[in-house]
Design a protein around this ligand. Structure first.
Ligand SMILES: CCCCCCCCCCCCC/C=C/[C@@H](O)[C@H](COP(=O)(O)O)NC(=O)CCCCC
Ligand SMILES: Nc1ncnc2c1ncn2[C@@H]1O[C@H](COP(=O)(O)OP(=O)(O)O)[C@@H](O)[C@H]1O
Ligand SMILES: [Ca+2]
Length: 443
C-alpha cells in the first residue's frame, strides 16, 4: 500500500538435490542477465541528517537487503559538510561502481549530484560557468535512502519515504531520468537545483531554520510559523521563457507518474534547451512586482508536509520548471494559499498567484545588482530593511534564495533547465488503475 514495497519469500519445492542445484543455477544465470541491476555501489551516509538516524537506517534496513541481493558496497560515513562532494569530484574511482547511494536528505543528495556532475563536466572539459553549455550526463545512477528532514526528492520520485522501498528500487535497477536546474549569477555557476528554488517565504524559512538545526526536522515548522507571522514581501523582476503552451500546463492536473517522463517521451524537448544565452530574449516575458514568494519547482516537490507538492503537475524529466509567483497579499490570503498545499484544493486558484511552465528564468531584485551573502549576513535576512527608521513592511528588503535547502550567495540569478541530466534508481510514482481512474474523474 501507499507505494511501499516489501520483500517476500518464495519457496520452491523440488524432488531431489540435483534438480534443486539446476534451478539455483538457472535462476542465478537469469539474474546475471539483468544488466540494469547494480552489482557494486558506493554509499555515502550523512550521520547528522534529519533525526540523525542515517547510519542506523542503512545498517538495519538497507545493508541486509543489499547483502541478500549480492550487491557489494563501499560505504563512506561523511565527517563534515561537502565531504561526499569533494570525494566524488576528486578521489572516487567511479569506474569501479554501477551506481551511487545517498543516505540522507535533499541537501545530502544535492551534494552528491554536485560532486558527480562536476566530475563529469571536468572529465568532458565542459565549462559549468557557461550558462549555454551543453552539460555531459553522468553515467552512474543515484539511489536515495531517505534519512533527512524533508526528503522531497525521494517522495516525489517514489511516492513514499521508506528506506526498504528505496533499497528495493535500487536492487532491481530501476531508472528514472530527472531534470536539474542550473543556477548562475552573471557568468558564474552557483549551484544546481533539484527540488525547490525559492525566494521570499521559503528563502526566509530556510535562513531562519538553519539557526535551529538542533531541532531536527521540526526546525522548518518553527521557522515557518515565524516567517508567516513576519509576512514579508519583496520587490523584483522575473523574466522567463515559457515552455510551449501545447505541451502541458502546471494547471492541467496531470500528475507525473511512472512511465510518463522517460527519454523516449521527451526527446524533442532537449534540442530547444541549448540556445546560447545571447539569442534567447525572443518570446521572454517580464513581470515586475511585490512578491511574497517566487518559487521554482523542477519537480512536484511532494513531501509528507505537502503530499501533492508545491506544483502538483510538475514533471520529473520534461525539461521544464514550474515558476510560481505569489504576489503581495493579506496574511489571511497567504494562509489560505499555504493551507491548500496540505489538502486537495488548488493552491494556484487565487488572484494573487500565477504559475508558468518555463524553460529558463532570471530574477533581479529591486535596486540590488550587487547584494551578496556577505551584505545579507550583516542584516537579518528575514527582516525588511528600510532606508530610515521604520516599522512597516515596506518591501525594500531582500530575501535570499533557498536551493534544495541551502542558501545561495546571490539574489540576482539566471536559471535554466538541464533536461534529464541525472538518473535515479527509481521509476516515478506508480499508480493503480483505480487511482488513475480517480484522477481522470477529477479532471
Ligand atoms: C498552514 C500549513 C502550511 C503548510 C505549508 C506547507 C508547504 C510545504 C511545501 C514544502 C515544499 C518542500 C520543498 C522541498 C525542499 C527541500 O529540498 C528542502 C531541503 O530538504 P532537506 O535537506 O531534506 O531538509 N526543504 C525545505 O526547503 C523545507 C521547506 C519547509 C517549509 C515549511
Ligand atoms: N558529517 C557531516 N557533518 C555535518 N554536515 C554534513 C555531514 N555530512 C553532510 N553534511 C551536510 O548536512 C546538510 C544537510 O544534510 P541532509 O542529509 O540533507 O539533512 P537535512 O534533511 O536534515 O537537512 C547537507 O547540506 C550536507 O552538506
Ligand atoms: Ca521538470
Amino acid at each position: 500500500g501507499k507505494h511501499q514495497w516489501r520483500c517476500s519469500d518464495v519457496v520452491f519445492l523440488c524432488p531431489d538435490q540435483s534438480t534443486c542445484e539446476q534451478w539455483v543455477k538457472a535462476i542465478s544465470n537469469q539474474i546475471t542477465l539483468l544488466t540494469n541491476r547494480p552489482k557494486r555501489l558506493l554509499v555515502y551516509i550523512n550521520p547528522i541528517g534529519g533525526k540523525k538516524q542515517g547510519k542506523w537506517i542503512y545498517d538495519q534496513k538497507v545493508a541486509p537487503l543489499f547483502h541478500k541481493a549480492c550487491v557489494s558496497t563501499d560505504v563512506i560515513v561523511t565527517e563534515r559538510a561537502n565531504h561526499a562532494k569533494e570525494h566524488l569530484q576528486t578521489e572516487a574511482d567511479l569506474d569501479k561502481y554501477d551506481g551511487l547511494v545517498c543516505v540522507g536528505g535533499d541537501g545530502m543528495f544535492s551534494e552528491i549530484v554536485h560532486g558527480l556532475v562536476t566530475r563529469t563536466q571536468n572529465d568532458n572539459k565542459v565549462d559549468l560557468n557557461d550558462p549555454g553549455a551543453e552539460l555531459a550526463r553522468p553515467s552512474l545512477r543515484i539511489g536515495i535512502i531517505p534519512a533527512g528532514s524533508t526528503d522531497c526528492i525521494c517522495f516525489s520520485t517514489v511516492g513514499t519515504n521508506d528506506p526498504v522501498t528505496s533499497a528495493l528500487h535500487i536492487i532491481v535497477g530501476d531508472s528514472q531520468p530527472m531534470d536539474v536546474c542550473s543556477v548562475h549569477h552573471n557568468n558564474s555557476f552557483l549551484r544546481f537545483s533539484l527540488s525547490l528554488l525559492g525566494y521570499g517565504f521559503y528563502g526566509d524559512v530556510l535562513s531562519d531554520s538553519e539557526r535551529k538545526r538542533w531541532l531536527g526536522p521540526a526546525r522548518y515548522d518553527l521557522a515557518g510559523v515565524k516567517t508567516f507571522l513576519n509576512h514579508n514581501y519583496y520587490e523584483g523582476t522575473v523574466s522567463f521563457l515559457p515552455a510551449e503552451d501545447d505541451v502541458s500546463s502546471p494547471r492541467d492536473k496531470l500528475q507525473c507518474r511512472s512511465g510518463m517522463c522517460l527519454p523516449e517521451n521527451t526527446k524533442q524537448l532537449t534540442s530547444t534547451l541549448l540556445m546560447p544565452f545571447s539569442d534567447r530574449r525572443d518570446g521572454w516575458k517580464v513581470i515586475n512586482g511585490k512578491f511574497m514568494a517566487v518559487n521554482a519547482a523542477c519537480m512536484s516537490c511532494a513531501c509528507p508536509r505537502s503530499p501533492k507538492g508545491l506544483s502538483p503537475a510538475a514533471h520529473l524529466a520534461d525539461g521544464t520548471v514550474d515558476l510560481i509567483l505569489v504576489r503581495k497579499c493579506s496574511r489571511i490570503d497567504f494562509f489560505r494559499h499555504l493551507l491548500r498545499h496540505t489538502n486537495k484544493d488548488d493552491q494556484f486558484d487565487h488572484v494573487f498567484v500565477e504559475v508558468h511552465r518555463v524553460k529558463k528564468f532570471d530574477f533581479q531584485p529591486r535596486n540590488s545588482e550587487t547584494v551578496s551573502l556577505e551584505d545579507l549576513s550583516e542584516k537579518s535576512t528575514f527582516t525588511p530593511v528600510c532606508p530610515g527608521p521604520c516599522t512597516c513592511n515596506c518591501g525594500s528588503a531582500h530575501s535570499s534564495w533557498t536551493c534544495d535547502g541551502e542558501i545561495l550567495p546571490h539574489i540576482a540569478i539566471q536559471v535554466s533547465v538541464q533536461c534529464q541530466l541525472v538518473h535515479l534508481f527509481a521509476r516515478g510514482i506508480e499508480e493503480t488503475q483505480e487511482q488513475q481512474q480517480f484522477v481522470f474523474e477529477d479532471l
